[in-house]
Design a protein around this ligand. Sequence first.
Ligand code: CU
Length: 334
Amino acid sequence: MDHVEKRFAATDGWVKMPDGTNHYIFGFNDVTNIPKDGMVAQRGKATLLAPLLEAYEGDEVKLTLKDLGMTKSQGVDDKHTIYWEGFPNEIILGSGVTAASRSIPGGRDFHYNYKVTAPGTYVYHCYFETVEHLQMGMVGPLIVRPILEKDPNYCGRKFVYNDTATEFDWEALIFLTELDGRANDLSGNDQKFTGMDGSLHYWLMNGRSYPDTVKHGNDPELPLQPFSSRIDVYEGEKVLLRFVNLGFQDHCMQLLGIPLQLVGQDARKILSCDRDDSACWRNSVNIARGQTVDAVFTAPAPGKYILYNRGHHKNTNGGISFGGMITEVNVLEP
Ligand SMILES: [Cu+2]
């Protein structure tokens, strides 16, 4: 068992779309290694997605949430929480029941302690005024790795769950959300958030819209969108796609020409995935709102393959230019 200590800050920021527009977000950033006197400089640096939280099954995680306040909507008296969605031993202080959820007033710290019990792909998000704060970008990935990886018999090998049938060589996060430029910009102008009008403008993969999705991680031109969706792998490698949908729409994803084997859903192993039959193979994967799906494929002959959303209106930026929920899988010669 290890102790994992993390400190996240709640604040706001701006994200960039490929059509040159900028959009206001609420979010979190990782301030674990920031000294006390450097904290104020972190205000306005929330990222989309929020930072990756990672732990091993059996770990104890101490997560401190600091509310740094906003640079823009300073008149808004919004509080924040970090809620681990779908966690089997959730505790009341991080609860999804709004009345029982302990939110953090401006300028204060709050400590969450978790005993991590079950491997899989999860999400976390803010549970204060949830519809608004989810839409504004307070969403992040949470990955729990299985204890099997620490077994000396399997040294250096990677698994999704405690079952050798879930082995993989390389993994990619594909976290799906949408951005409604109108709704986001209203919150930034201290006006009352009125919800989305149904005409979402951008369909995002890991906080970016194609072609930005294939730029590398931590691209200096996308300082608050650090997550790449680009997948560069070698022929024959087993590649794990950790799909997450924390948007407001259902999504159907396809990796053109490559079948996907479903091994997990909602952080639970799919029982038939260790049989090599057709039960778990899909040409496309439906991911409902709030759902996570673990899918594995074997990298075929070298070349460029496209992972995209089958709803073609979601392959655009604002319905105008080509973009949206698309990324590239580049298979290289071994
Ligand atoms: Cu919040």
